[in-house]
Design a protein around this ligand. Structure first.
Ligand code: AMP
Length: 290
């Protein structure tokens, strides 16, 4: 039976009971509207932990004014059904409010938080880091699972743990995709039928670009070709499509080590992000997932 809590005081009683028993507590933070990508992270938590918490909270401080905070999909009943039937979680924490009226303290990360997502969403990682730290302080997890889907976010959280000395292990979960390759996302529901078909090209172009990079073609030309390929099918608004160091996100103009290709773009009015690893390989094999 999954417990469902809204109040911090109730949460603290539950967590301290678990800690007294010596249980390892795992957390998967989410904004709800759960899909199989979220459930895959919960399965990882189940493997590593005695008790698993999922938090559901649409965090207002990570949205800018022109973003979709108010229309972000919310369906807690459907979420609870998915969680019950997957049996991957012991406690759902859905705080009604995380910010006191007088809230004045924000985490402002540097380093891996700069550029990419923050080019167009300057305070995004301030909001993410602040809510993550608040959730960690409330839930006191030993292990937290984040998805590689939000690759920069994963690195920002790891940097936060390192810089602020938090004794929490961050585990990365692979990107869970639809059959046609589109990375699962709560925002995919915004896509019309036609946009949904177009969106499957993102993974196709990522894989094609990876293959060309691994074959030794010029990185910037290959990326330009990828952008042109997306443009030819009507995906013209691309925030970034870039090859980066997988640990510090520095831009790579040459392919001489394991790398990560990251992309953010609009399909219609919906902003989607995706990424793929580009490992250095010696055996000519190119079709490596994720
Ligand atoms: P969200 O609810 O979108 O804020 O995501 C909550 C967590 O789920 C984050 O760690 C995401 O990276 C992760 N996540 C979202 N989509 C996927 C996916 N398709 N595969 C794996 N993890 C995902």
């Amino acid at each position: 039976m999954i417990k469902f809590l809204n109040e911090l005081s109730d949460l603290r009683v539950q967590i301290s009971g678990w800690k007294r028993n010596g249980y390892i507590v795992g957390l998967v933070p989410t904004m709800g509207s759960l899909h199989n990508g979220h459930l895959s992270l919960l399965s990882i938590a189940r493997e590593h932990c005695d008790k698993v918490v999922t938090s559901i909270y649409v965090n207002p401080t990570q949205f800018s004014e022109n973003e979709d905070f108010y229309r972000y999909p919310r369906d807690v009943n459907a979420d609870l059904e998915k969680l019950s039937s997957s049996n991957t979680c012991d406690l759902v924490y859905q705080p009604s409010n995380m910010y006191h009226k007088e809230h004045k303290t924000y985490i402002v990360p540097n380093g891996v938080a700069l550029n990419l997502e923050t080019e167009n969403r300057p305070h995004f990682f301030d909001g993410v880091s602040t809510i993550v730290l608040k959730l960690f302080n409330q839930i006191q997890p030993d292990i937290v699972i984040f998805g590689e889907k939000d690759y920069q976010q994963l690195l920002v959280v790891k940097q936060l743990m390192r810089d602020l000395d938090l004794p929490i292990q961050i585990v990365a979960g692979k990107i869970f995709r639809e059959k046609d390759g589109l990375a699962m996302s709560s925002r995919n529901v915004y896509l019309s039928e036609n946009e949904r078909k177009l969106a499957s090209n993102i993974y196709r172009v990522l894989k094609l670009t990876r293959k060309k990079i691994q074959q030794g073609f010029d990185v910037s030309k290959v990326i330009k070709n990828g952008i042109a390929e997306l443009g030819s099918i009507g995906i013209n608004q691309i925030d970034y499509f870039t090859l980066r160091d997988p640990d510090n996100l520095e831009r790579l103009t040459q392919f001489n080590k394991d790398s990560r290709l990251l992309i953010a773009l609009y399909v219609g009015t919906t902003r989607l992000i995706d990424n793929i690893s580009v490992p250095l390989i010696n055996n000519g094999e190119t079709d490596i997932e994720n």
